[in-house]
Write a protein of this length. Sequence first.
Length: 385
Amino acid sequence: MISRLITPHILRLAQGFPIISLTGPRQAGKTTLLRQAFPSYRYVNLELPDLRAYAAEDPRAFLREYDRFVIFDEAQRVPELFSYLQGRTDEDRIMGQYILSGSQNFLLLDAVSQSLAGRTAVLKLMPFSFAELGPKLPGSPEQAMWQGGYPALYDRPLTPAELFPAYLETYLERDVRSIAQVQNLGAFRNFIRLCAGRTGQPLNYQSLATEAGITAATVRKWITLLEASYLLFQLGPYYENLNKRFVKSPKLYFWDTGLLCHLLGITDPGQLGQYYGRSSIFENMAIAELLKQRLHRAAPVNSYFWRDHHHVETDLILQEGLQTLAYEFKFSFTARSEYFKGIERFRQAAPHLTGPSYAVYAGDESQTRSQGKILSWRQLGDAGA
C-alpha cells in the first residue's frame, strides 16, 4: 500500500479541529486514506439510501447514534446534517470528532462554508505524487505523463485506456448532470477536450466559447465546475500589482496528465515523443507535481507564471515565506544553460524576490550551474518536499 504524504498532517489537524474535511477528485484515494489513518473510527457511507434517509429524516437521533469519532463519507449527500454537526461539535468540544469526505466537492465545500466555518480544517487529496510513488514511479517521463497518478493504475490491473473512459462517464453522469445540472453532456464532453488542447496556454474565454459553440458566460461556469471537481486548475500571472493578477489571463492545466493524455487521444506513451504538444504536457506534469506536494503537506500554494512584454516567460513562480522559487520546464534530454533565460529575465525584473532557481528537464542527470540547478524530472519529488 502506497503511503500518502498528507496523512501526518490530517492526524495533526485532527487534534486541533473538531471536524476534518477531505476533498479532492474522484478516485484519488480519500476513503482508503481516511480508513487507514483513523482505524478506530466508525465508517458511515451516506451514499447508502437507508443511512442517508436516517440522517436526513432524524438528524438528532442519527448523531446520538454516531456521536463521536466517525467518518462520514459522501457527506454532501445530506446537507441537512451540517447544521446539526455544528451544534453537536459546539456542545461536545471534542477535537477530531468527525471526518467528512465526498467526491462532489462543490457541494461539500459549500455546506462546510455555510455551517461549519471555523470548526473545520479543509484538506485536499490529489492523485499520487512522485514522492508518494517512490520506486513505483514510471521509468520514463513519457510513461509518467501518459499514466498519471490515479491510485487505480497502481493497485489494480488496469490501463489508462480502461480507467479513464469509465472515470469520465461517472463524472459526467454523477457530478455534471445530476449535481451541476448540465443537460448537454455531449457539449460538455467536447468542452473538456478543448480545454485539454489548450494546456499551458493563456485562457481566452471568447475564443474557447466560439470553438465550443457556447457563450463566454457558460465557459466561465464550466471552468469553475472543472476546477471545483479538481480536474483542472488555473495558474495566474505574477504582478507586483495584486489587482493585475486577477484581470490578466491565467493559464489552464490539468491536475493529472494521464487524464489529459486520454482527452488528447494519446493511447500509448511512445506517441508522446512525436506529439506536437509534448512540451506543454511535460510542463503540466511538472507544475501539477510541485503543487500536489504542497497540498499534501497542507501548505499554502502561492503559484504563478511570469511573462514580460517581450513574451519572455518563467513557467512557475512559487512564493514560500520570504523565498521566491523560479522554475523552467523543458522536454529535452540534454541539459543546457539557456534554460535559465526566462528565469534570469524574471530575476532582473524583480531583484528583491530572492530564492533558488531550477530548470527541470527530461534527462536523468542533475547539475549545478551558476544560474541555478538543473534537475532531472525524477527529482521533482525531492524538489517539492
